[in-house]
Design a protein around this ligand. Sequence first.
Ligand SMILES: [Zn+2]
Length: 352
Amino acid sequence: MNKALITRWAWRWLSRTASIWTHIVRDRYGGAGMGDHRWPSLNTRASQICKGLFADRSEVVNAFVWKVGDGRSVHFWLDRWAGESRLSDLVPDIFRLAAKKEGSVFEFFDEGTGSWQVELLRGRLSTTETDQYATLMDRITPLRTLEGSADQIRWQPNATGTFSVKSAYTWWRVNGAGNLPRCPRFNQIWRPKVPLKIKVFMWFLSLERLLTRAYRARWAPNDSKACSLCAEPIETVQHLFCSCPVSRELWDEVGVQTGAWTAFTSLEEMWEAQPGRPNPTDNSLEATIAQTIIPAGAWTIWRTRNEVIFRGARAHKENMWDMFRGCVRDWGRFIANAEEVTFRGGRIQVTT
Ligand SMILES: [Zn+2]
């Protein structure tokens, strides 16, 4: 599922060229040309999240195919638009001989004669090259550009051409054989009824890829690595969410108020405290809400930490508890459809 979600970013990048997100990425990293220039160039200083989002582009690009309109935004050789493969892969010897290796589909089509113009560096061809040239012409002759019509990107695994996470998941299962790491925390991360952004956050947390100060220090070695909450020398994920005394205060309070076991001292133990479904036969609303306790606590710690860093706020135990309670309550009401969620007598009480 993780890869399927990442593929969604590739889809957004390719199809919604006007979104704010694509503008931001394009401003910083370029891209949005044709063929291989379509992707942003993520150098070593690019954000880790951004790199993660595009990590699979060379694999996933095979699942996208162009429906050519005027052909102006589709690369003749390097995009998939005529059949299953890129033309550069279909006829590699001809691609090597091609006089023009850049250029859009539009530039290769001659409106006047209604035919394709693929000039080669030499006229005398070997048998293999002749075969390949014939294959190329066979492939493109029935096709033509359509002036006044926009090029469209289509997601092939879905018959309608539009992207869905479900079809991407299926696509990865088939095409990423042995390549689809089943996240060991899959259930704990993706099952709880919390907003998608929280699931993604928990996923980054499980990979220890959150941009803690220890993580940032990899490319900003002069910045402070100290914990933003307690001034311990190194702010790792492990420290911030498990052993930081400020976080521990929150977890202890959470344990007392909800009756959940929160006395963990490591990430491993934290996941133990976060069952995907404590009891498969227990589909009660209480059990569903209980699954949001760990994400709510972790999210509270992360938000508090960010407010300390970016707004100069101070971490207060009471504020953190309020924030935690707000998360569990709101998610319970708006996602799990509970009428009301309250905390009483050391347990969570759910009204339906
Ligand atoms: Zn700390």
